[in-house]
Structures are given as C-alpha cells and as structure tokens.
Design a protein around this ligand. Structure first.
Ligand code: CA
Length: 670
C-alpha cells in the first residue's frame, strides 16, 4: 500500500506529483480518494446561458487547467481563429471553473490540462456538441438545435410483452441507391426522415421508414450513433465502420450528418431521425458502448490520466473489451458519468431504450443504479434496458463487485435483460463454428435445449435462472457474426453460394424465426433477417465496405414471402397472451409434449384470458426431414401457423391430428 493512503487524507500536494500507473491505480481505487474528490454535482461541462457560459471540469490531479476558445472546430477550416485562452481556477473536489460572459453558442473549446508531468490539450468529456472528428468541444444552445415540432415529440413506449426489436446501422438502412432515398440523405440520420420511399421509386415496394411502418416491429435498435473515432468525418471517402469506438459519449456521430463541421447540425438531424421514427410509432433503442473508448489517447485520459480506465495490479490497462482500454464503471466518477449520459440521451433526444455493449465488463451495481435512475423518470419504467452478458476476455473489477454476466442474472434488477446466446446457438448452431449446425439446420440432440428456450430458461449448468422470461432477449442474428442466411448456407450447403434462394434453407429460416417468436423472452433480429440478408459469408463486417453491409433492397423483395411470414408470426404471437406473457406473474401453463420423434419439440400452452380468441394452443417445431402426425384433443382447432402461412384468425380448421411438414413450425389454437 502506498504510504500516502495510510493517512486517510489525501493532500492536494500528493496529487500533483508525477506517479506511475500502478501508484495512480492505488490512489484512485482508495475510499479516501472517493471521499475527498468525488464530485456530486451534475453541472460538469459547459453550462450555457445567453448571458454567460460557466465551464466546469473535474481534474483533481491537474496542476493547471486552461480554457481555450476557438471560432471553428478545427484549424483547417476557413476563418478558424484562436479567440482566447483563460486560466481556470480550482474549486472544491478537484473541479476547475471559468466563467465567460456573452452568448457563446457555436464557440468551440478545449482544455489544456497539466497533469502527471504532461500537458495535453483535450476536448471536454461532458461535451454536448463538438467540431469535426470530435477533437474540439462546442458550446451549444440546445434549444436552437430542436427541429420544428420537437416540443410535440414524445417517447414511444411499449409494454415489454409487445416488444419486437429490429437492429440496424444508420448507414446500412439507406446506403443502397435502390432504397429510393434522396442521394444526399443516404446513409445519414436524414435517411430515416423520408416516409414515402420505394424501391427505385417504383411506388410499389416500400423501403426504409416506409417499409418499417408495416413490419410489425416495435423497436429499432441503432448501432453506435454517439461520436466515434474510426471514421474521418472531414472526408466522405466511402469508409464504413460499425462505430464501436466511442470518442464523445454525449454527442451524435458526425459522419451521419450532412455537415460534420457545424456542431449543431448533427444534433438537429439526429433529433429529426428520432422524431420521424416516433411518428411512425417506433421506439428507438440506442446501442451504448461505455465499456471502452476509441483509444487510451482520449479526452478521458487527457483530463485525468488513468482515472477512467481499469487497470491490473501492475498498472497496465485491462483488455476485457479486446480493445486494450476497459473503462472503469467501478470508479465512482465514471459510474456517475454513465448514469448521467443515459439520462441525458433520454431527456435531450427522447431515446426510448439502451443496449449495453459488453455489459459483462460493467458491474451489476452500476447497471442497477442506471435502472433506478431511469425508473425515477415519470415514464422511466417503460424504457427498455438490456445488454450483452459477457466480455471478450477477463477484466479486473474492484474486489467485491459482480460483473453483469449471464451467471449474475439474479443480481441484476428487474427489467435489465440479457442476450440469450444459449437459445441462439441451440437454434442455428455455434456462432464461431460456421459449419456447425443447430436444431433447425440438421443438428442432433438439441431437443432439450430447445425445450429450455421455450420455457425461458438458460444453460442448465447455471444455478441461477431468469426470474422471469422478460430478462431474456431471444434471437438468431445480430450485427456480430454471420447473418442467419449465411450461417444456413455455411452449415448446410457449404458451397458459399449465398445468392440462390434455396427452398430448404428458407424452411429452416422460417422455423428458426418461429422458435424465437414462440419461446419465452423478448424477440430480437438483425435488420434484414426477415429477408434473407447476406454478407456473402463475412462474419465480421465491422469495417467492410458499405456495399457488403448495406440492406440490399432489391434482394429484400426477392424474399417478400419470408418478410410476410415474419410479420405473420409477430401477429400470431400478439394474438394470444399465453405466447407473449413474459412476466413473473404469468398465468398460462406450458406442458412440453413427450414421446415425439427425434428433432421434434412441441408444447401445449393454456391460459385463461379475457377477450382472447384463444385459451389454448399447441406449438410444434419439426426440424426433422419427415412429415409428422401429432394427435390432438378431440375438438376443433384453428391452424395459426404452418410451413407457408400465418394467420392470427386461423388459416383453416382441423380435428384429431396435425400433419406437420418437414422442417417447419405448426401452431394451432382454440
Ligand atoms: Ca466521429
């Protein structure tokens, strides 16, 4: 232990000395540091009013902090001028303050921080606006960024049981020229705002928002849309990235705006995107990546060296994110930062939900505090929160804290859900062995896993199981790994022909979708899964071309029958509460049917619900290559789903037995 930590009082003189990473780790992890330097206020950043702006930055180990003001976001722009530099003064808890008179809207700024033997010029980690590429922050009058009618824009919220999530990258949505979206809007926030687009303007086949309006999904989950570092915003060079490399957490990414140089424009256009989705009745989930940043050469490290990143005992950075810079949710100022950031996106941008990347790198305490803070908002309980309950490799959480991983499911509060990779892999095969099949594509001995999926359970090796199925996000495709279609080609055909619309693969695709819809949990899909989306076998397209990544709207309509099938499944799920009641108070009962042939899983579900067309249903998943016959109770049943059709009113009536085609789902109700 460091000598200074034995005194229970950390003098400022101690903090302004140059130290090793290992020493800083000990200091920052100590309770004494928290006690003396944790800042409770929520006014860090540039506090704007028309009369003055008050700048506040938390930099407890700095010897000196200067505030620099500029006319533009970078030196390369016309009339870029350094306006002035102001000495900031140290206030309580390590907060430096400067007050500047006048209306500073549109003024760019940086801090020059002298700490731990280095002088760094840095953007503000609390910035709400920034210049091109996010190097300089910008003072912003947020009211000026509101699009017309923004006051009327309200959160669109759905009960968890109705939730259907569709995951999309902003560029992928409209980059395809055949999307019918205006060229200057393609791949941008504004690509979401045209609501009458059609395939090559044929006036027949809806695309983009016009398509989404009728897809029956409730939520879009948008891949990273905060400012990230991997794309040069100053040059529209056709580069593509998913954006899992945060630079400014509280500012929209510039490359999706029509003008990344003017800080207020990306904010305005982001809000236009949200308003357009809301107007179409769609909730917006933001994909947040608080677990690491673009690099350690960040505003965080330039402001308080080492504080915001988690370290091993020797002071080296943890790499649980596989990006060599895990952030430290277990340090109080970053924990608070995460909570405030989430609340900011909800309040300022009307975001309706959050998906936490590598949530397993955060601790359950932080996740639960976020849930609590969100719940405290008027409508907060309907804001959906979920995340990936894993990390890439090990990290080094502070002792006593629990990582928010799958086995900690009961340590997570209600309504923090996790991606259910057990069900995913059982249905279509392991994500990392491309040729290895799952239940629908020829895998053996997976019946029990599918039964667990149906019941809303996870891996049986885990002692703690979900307290209710709403803790599970069920899916068979996401941006990571192969698309569902590519996985089917690789595991069944093994010929790398991703373009042919194979009939047997189509049947497997439909069966996979039916298992997701008729298992307990919240259904989720990658955009285009409903239309045979392919990335030509590429299973990690994070920086592949725009063309490979984008939704191919022409191909989408070659799979129109599949799209209709997905829509139909969603409607059938909605038509009977037994299917979509995922609460802990669920009153329906599921009985798994026994004595079935191999590769067949079936269940009966009963529930008594008022005003429900159905009180009982039987769901059959036949993954075998044989037609099967299932005996039914003697009465009339309506067929809701078969190998081709879906209908929430019933396709036809049957009695005595159900004949289920090879590789298909079959659902009857009465
Ligand atoms: Ca950026």
């Amino acid at each position: 232990m460091l000598e200074i930590l034995k005194n229970a009082h950390i003098e400022r003189e101690v903090l302004i000395q140059d130290r090793t990473a290992k020493e800083w780790r000990e200091i920052f992890n100590s309770q004494d540091f928290d006690q003396e330097y944790y800042y409770e206020g929520n006014d860090l950043g540039a506090n704007y009013s028309k009369e003055k702006t008050v700048f506040k930055v938390w930099a407890p180990i700095a010897k000196e902090v200067l505030l620099n003001l500029f006319s533009r976001g970078s030196d390369e722009e016309d009339d870029s001028q350094h306006l002035r530099t102001i000495q900031m003064s140290l206030s309580k808890k390590g907060v430096w303050i400067a007050e500047v008179k006048g209306d500073l809207h549109g003024t760019y700024y940086t801090y020059t921080v002298n700490a731990n033997g280095k002088v760094n010029e840095t953007g503000d980690i609390y910035a709400k606006a920034c210049g091109v590429n996010g190097h300089r922050s910008m003072v912003v009058d947020l009211e000026k960024t509101n699009p017309e009618g923004w006051e009327e824009d309200k959160h669109v919220l759905y009960p968890l049981e109705e939730t259907q999530i569709w995951e999309i990258h902003i560029g992928d949505f409209s980059n395809d020229p055949s999307s019918g979206v205006k060229a200057s809007y393609r791949g941008k926030y504004l690509g979401f705002t045209e609501d009458d687009t059609t395939l090559n303007n044929d006036k027949i086949h809806p695309t983009c928002l016009n398509y989404l309006k009728n897809l029956a999904i409730t939520h879009v989950q948008i891949l990273p849309s905060f400012d990230y570092g991997s794309i040069d915003e100053s040059n529209d060079n056709n580069k593509f990235n998913w954006g899992y490399d945060p630079a400014n957490y509280n500012v929209p990414e510039g490359s999706y705006s029509t003008d990344p140089f003017k800080g207020e424009i990306r904010i305005n256009e982001y809000k236009q995107m949200i308003a357009a989705l809301h107007k179409a009745g769609i909730s917006v989930v933001m994909d947040v990546v608080y677990n690491h940043t673009y690099s350690v050469d960040s505003h965080f490290n330039h402001t308080v060296p080492y504080y915001y990143y988690r370290q091993w005992e020797d002071g080296s950075y943890c790499d649980g994110s596989a990006c060599e810079n895990d952030t430290a949710s277990d340090r109080k100022m970053f924990q608070k930062y995460m909570i405030e950031s989430v609340l900011y996106w909800i309040k300022e941008y009307h975001i309706d939900g959050f998906r936490f990347d590598l949530m397993g790198l955060h601790d359950t305490e932080t996740m639960n505090l976020i849930r609590e803070a969100v719940d405290n908002l008027d409508f907060g309980k309907d804001i959906i929160l979920y995340g990936e309950p894993w990390s890439a490799t090990d990290t080094n959480l502070k002792e006593g804290l629990i990582p928010a991983k799958k086995d900690a499911i009961l340590h997570l509060k209600d309504r923090i859900s996790i991606f259910n990779d057990d069900t995913r892999d059982a249905i279509k095969g392991p994500f990392n062995e491309l040729e290895e099949p799952g239940f629908v594509n020829g895998g053996e001995n997976l019946e029990e896993k599918i039964e667990r999926a149906v019941l809303g359970l996870i891996d049986k090796k885990l002692v703690d199981q979900p307290r209710a199925p709403y803790q599970l996000i069920n899916y068979v495709s996401a941006h990571d790994n192969s698309t569902l279609w590519d996985k089917l080609v690789d595991s069944v055909k093994k010929n790398r022909d991703y373009l042919t619309k194979y009939k047997d693969l189509l049947a497997m695709n439909k069966l996979a979708a039916a298992i997701v819809q008729f298992s307990k949990g919240i259904p989720f899909m990658q955009a285009g899964e409903e239309a045979g989306r392919t990335k030509l076998g590429e299973d990690n397209s994070f920086c592949s071309s725009r063309e490979l990544n984008q939704l191919d709207w022409k191909r989408m309509y070659k799979f129109e029958d599949l799209i209709d099938y997905y829509k139909g499944l969603i409607k059938v799920r909605k038509s009977f509460k037994g299917f979509h009641d995922i609460s802990e108070n669920c009153t329906s009962t599921i009985t798994i049917l026994t004595d079935l042939p191999k590769k067949v899983v079936a269940y009966k579900i009963k529930g008594s619900y008022e005003n429900s067309a159905w009180q009982e249903a039987i769901v059959i998943f036949n993954a075998s290559k044989e037609e099967i016959k299932i005996q039914l109770d003697e009465c009339e049943w309506k067929v809701l789903v078969d190998e081709k059709n879906t209908s929430s009113q019933g396709i036809k009536s049957i009695k005595e037995y159900a004949l289920v085609q090879p590789i298909s789902a079959y659902v009857v109700g009465r």
